[in-house]
Design a protein around this ligand. Structure first.
Ligand SMILES: [Zn+2]
Length: 73
């Protein structure tokens, strides 16, 4: 051998640190409405009414998480 290695095929190569079980933590779990809170109920209803608009639903989830942090933590 001359010490050179055949480069791995691009479609099969995985870097040593690559793991199929790695979890980025996304997408985040859906926020859960707090029972008895009108704001939560309103946002949950808005979220439930959104169909076919993933971006709009994500916006409502962001607002809902913000409300949960501000009002319920
Ligand atoms: Zn609330």
């Amino acid at each position: 051998m001359n010490g050179l290695r055949v480069p791995p095929r691009k479609d099969s190569y995985r870097p040593p640190w690559f793991s199929d079980s790695f979890d980025y933590g996304f997408p985040l779990p859906a926020p859960v409405a707090v029972r008895g809170c009108g704001v939560c109920a309103g946002m949950a209803a808005t979220l439930a009414g959104i169909v076919g608009d993933a971006s709009g639903a994500a916006d409502v989830r962001v607002l809902m998480r913000r409300h949960l942090r501000a009002a319920h933590e």
